[in-house]
Design a protein. Structure first.
Length: 111
């Protein structure tokens, strides 16, 4: 366990419902190659903190890296839906661009 992960887990024990801490811990596990913990972290975020928009982009990227293309595309779409609902245009744009790239639509195709 890294010092950073240990520190984040300590913070989480003090604020167990903080989605940012859960997200940061999940990203630490990803750096460590702990795929099962990464998947569990993302699944918990989607289930318990559905409006935490930052989850969807990174979860979809993770799924795509694991060869789960359809699940990744669905996660991008779910993230776009959430971003629209919470009126986060920046996150929506990032999710849309990543979705388009994943399905083979290049931004340059629109020029």
């Amino acid at each position: 366990m890294t010092a950073r992960l240990s520190e984040l887990l300590n913070f989480l024990s003090e604020s167990p419902n903080d989605p940012f801490l859960k997200y940061a811990i999940t990203m630490e596990y990803q750096k460590m190659g702990e795929d099962e913990k990464v998947r569990e972290g993302f699944e918990e975020l989607v289930k318990l903190h559905a409006d935490y928009v930052g989850t969807y982009y990174h979860y979809a990227k993770f799924l795509d890296m694991k060869g789960q293309r359809e699940e990744a595309l669905a996660m991008y779409q779910k993230g776009m839906d959430v971003a629209q609902r919470v009126k986060n245009r920046h996150a929506y744009g990032e999710l849309l661009a990543a979705y388009n790239l994943a399905v083979g639509i290049d931004d340059e195709d629109w020029d």
